[in-house]
Design a protein around this ligand. Structure first.
Ligand code: MF3
Ligand code: CO
Length: 254
């Protein structure tokens, strides 16, 4: 069952999403050569606490970090630790928080320092595919229209979509129905209705689509070792334009 939120529930969910976005934007600004992924996690933990929220990831199926930090060939679910970030790295940060019983979930990938054109193209294709997916999240469309829009955008740019992990409904729980694949035919799946809150999250590989999971049972890496990118927003389907809920706080300390 897909849980649609009332207008009042959307207003309750908004502060959680704003906090997830605020933390993500702060952590992204904290990324620099020489910092470790564990230090980024510690910084994220401090920011989450300062905003009165809790990590939605810490302890989830035993996940040991406050955020996910996935570097270069790491696709998603990179566990923060001793790994040092270097210039030229491609760093994906995924932040989910719980605030007053609601979850906000979002992710972004950045290149550290000077980078090669193909990495810039990968980041632009992934961010653009998320925007294309969000644009398809309209009443009258189906989940498959989101999936198809994402895939079409990525494939047209010569990159590949990860198939093993999907976007999802989000609300009082991080993972609600429906699943939102980043590939597949248009016109299939559940009909979109106003009040559906969705985390759309394309994971896009520069090379082959195939991935594998490392022995830590969390870190997902590309099968060919080439870089990957991940962008995610929590949105709400409305009777008009889809609205992105994971926008940073305008006044963080109100
Ligand atoms: N944004 C990811 C998701 O929606 C993050 C989950 S990481 C986990 O699934 F550690 F919490 F599993
Ligand atoms: Co998610």
């Amino acid at each position: 069952m897909i849980i649609r939120k009332t207008a009042a529930e959307i207003e309750e969910m908004r502060p959680a999403c704003e906090r997830a976005a605020e933390v993500l934007s702060r952590v992204v600004r904290w990324v620099r050569p020489g910092i470790t992924t564990g230090e980024l996690d510690q910084y994220a933990a401090e920011q989450i606490a300062e905003l009165g929220a809790k990590s939605a990831f810490l302890g989830y199926h035993g996940y040991p970090g406050h955020i996910c930090v996935s570097v270069n060939d790491e696709v998603v679910h990179g566990i923060p630790g001793d790994r040092v970030i270097h210039a030229g790295d491609v760093v994906s940060i995924d932040v989910g928080v719980v605030y007053r019983g609601w979850v906000g979930d979002n992710a972004r990938t950045v290149a550290v320092g000077n980078t090669v054109p193909e990495v810039e193209l990968l980041l632009a294709a992934t961010a653009g595919s998320l925007a294309a997916g969000i644009a398809a999240a309209r009443v009258g469309n189906r989940i498959g229209d989101i999936s198809h829009a994402v895939e079409e955008y990525v494939v047209a740019r010569g990159f590949s979509v990860v198939r093993e992990y999907v976007g999802h409904g989000v609300g009082r729980n991080m993972h609600e129905e429906p699943q939102i694949p980043n590939y597949g035919p248009a016109g299939r799946g559940p009909r979109l209705k106003a009040g559906m809150t969705l985390a759309i999250e394309p994971m896009v590989n520069m090379g082959v689509a195939a991935v594998k999971t490392l022995d830590d049972q969390w870190t997902v890496v590309t099968a060919d070792g080439r870089p990957s990118a991940h962008f995610e927003n929590t949105i709400v389907v409305t009777d008009g334009e889809p609205e992105i809920l994971t926008c940073p706080l305008k006044t963080p300390f109100e």
